[in-house]
Design a protein around this ligand. Sequence first.
Ligand SMILES: [Zn+2]
Length: 80
Amino acid sequence: MLNWTISHDSAPDAPPTRHMFRCLGEDEDGKPCGAEGPVVEDFQEAQCWPFEHLREHQDHRSFAHVAEVPWLMIPEEEPS
Ligand SMILES: [Zn+2]
């Protein structure tokens, strides 16, 4: 049996961390809005979308920040 650990992948060639915002507001009929902004690598850029969304839905003020962060499974020793 191999022992594995899970670890944040901070290698230079790791996939990029990506960010997205999802609206947690509700439409007038009480249904969750669920609208999502673009998935982008630049966190500042990701934060632009809630402002755009608010312009069209002034009562949608709650958002979830969804982050895609690369992690790696690492075996205690390489399988031979
Ligand atoms: Zn919304």
